[in-house]
Design a protein. Structure first.
Length: 144
């Protein structure tokens, strides 16, 4: 078990307690402040050396608390070394996503070429027809 060395925030007295456990003796002997609320520096004995001693949660300054890993199925917090979830019994490994379908073939590019007309433009035909009509009308008026 790790030992926590605390400085009492009220009087400044140095005291030691066991980490992760609250006890009735975890009060400052000088001012009776509850030391289990105070944060301290964690010191571990040399005899304690298991795989869990090096793990700690991020953001907790100096405190060695076991980090937890959420189950991908039920979101229960489990030990990171666990193979199956404590609650649902599901595997703790995240399943690989299904492979993406292959991309569809690109559509062929159609290049449109401009086709030249060989027939006369409409306005030319209209002008010629109008001119012929005027000439015929004028000729008919002259002879009538």
């Amino acid at each position: 078990m790790s030992v926590v060395e605390l400085v009492c925030p009220e009087c400044g007295n140095v005291a030691t307690t066991e980490a992760g456990r609250r006890s009735s003796t975890d009060f400052c002997p000088n001012c009776d402040y509850p030391l289990f609320w105070a944060r301290g520096k964690v010191t571990t004995s040399a005899a304690v050396s298991d795989d869990d001693t090096g793990r700690r949660s991020p953001g907790i300054a100096g405190a060695r608390e076991a980090a937890r890993l959420a189950c991908p199925t039920c979101r229960e917090l489990n030990d990171p070394a666990a193979a199956v979830c404590l609650r649902c019994g599901g595997p703790m490994t995240v399943p690989l996503p299904a492979p993406l379908p292959p991309a569809p073939a690109p559509e062929p590019v159609v290049v449109r070429t401009e086709v030249k007309c060989n027939h006369w433009p409409v306005w030319t035909i209209i002008l010629v027809t109008a001119a012929v009509s005027i000439v015929l009308t004028a000729a008919a008026m002259v002879f009538i």
